[in-house]
Design a binder for this molecule. Structure first.
Ligand SMILES: [Zn+2]
Length: 53
């Protein structure tokens, strides 16, 4: 369900329009500790970080 942008390596949902032709990844990077670390609007559909996992 995660996609990493090949241009800036930000992580998005697989449905995100902003990521373009990124590469699918199986899990969030260790650096991502909270929703605040995910800048894109595609994560706004999640109310809490727990919902993503
Ligand atoms: Zn996104």
């Amino acid at each position: 369900m995660y996609t990493m942008s090949s241009s800036d390596f930000t992580v998005h949902t697989s449905e995100c329009d902003a990521v373009g032709s990124g590469m699918p990844i199986s899990s969030l990077p260790d650096e991502v500790q909270s929703l605040d670390d995910l800048d894109c609007d595609c994560w706004d559909v999640f109310d809490s970080f727990e919902e993503i996992e």
